[in-house]
Ligand binder design. Sequence first.
Ligand SMILES: C[S@@+](CC[C@H](N)C(=O)[O-])C[C@H]1O[C@@H](n2cnc3c(N)ncnc32)[C@H](O)[C@@H]1O
Length: 256
Amino acid sequence: MRNVLVVGIGAGNPEHMTVQAINALNKADILFIPTKGDAKVQLADVRRDIVSRYVTNPHSRVVEFEVPVRQVADRSYHRSVDDWHAAIATAYERLLIEELAEGQTGAFLVWGDPMLYDSTLRIIDRVRALQTVAFDYAVIPGITSIQALAASHRIPLNLVGKPVEITTGRRLAESFPHKSETAVVMLDGEQAFMKIDDPEARIFWGAYLGTEQEIIISGRLAHVRDDILTTRAAARAQHGWIMDIYLLQKGEDFEE
Ligand SMILES: C[S@@+](CC[C@H](N)C(=O)[O-])C[C@H]1O[C@@H](n2cnc3c(N)ncnc32)[C@H](O)[C@@H]1O
């Protein structure tokens, strides 16, 4: 039987790596590193840096593979994601058959934690369902971008005794501020915070968290949103890519 380790590597700072994650990488015969095209070359570089810092097993080998690009033309969002996952599952199936021998262990280095807006585990399920290559798998948790955001702003995530909603830019309008008093927003390509019109709202924004380029801005949304918009656009133009996340909140601790 082959073995697969799905290892959370943290959200950008190589020092996010846990002892469990380091030990897992050192158990692996093959370390799979996804590459995502020129603009996001830094994401693969963080993984390479992690391997060179922490992997001491002289017998392991790195295999880099290109992640298929999501096709969006002529299809719904759901169809587009489903097709994309199927294409990645085919790539994983090929990697497991061609690169991993029977009895060997392969590790996938997953950004942040694999349970948070990441489909590696769904894709692993798809590959198992194909029944073309038998393998067992385990998950090693990692530091998420939500933890990195809260740490950089030195804030707790929730108000005392209150819930938190985690959502995407596409769906923010459904939640904050009427449904949730605290919303974490990820994968926001449209700067959905610009459409929130609540004088009480506060924002804690962060980009490239954990990396040397980290930028954070916080304050009352109405006061800082234009600053975030221009800072974000300039950083994106400078680096060629951006990853950002933010927390929106209103209300206070102990308020009913
Ligand atoms: C595909 S999701 C992956 C999330 C990841 N599994 C995690 O645990 O954080 C990518 C989104 O996570 C957020 N993100 C991940 N790393 C980040 C970082 N270093 N700085 C800011 N946002 C980050 C952004 O919202 C980005 O659009």
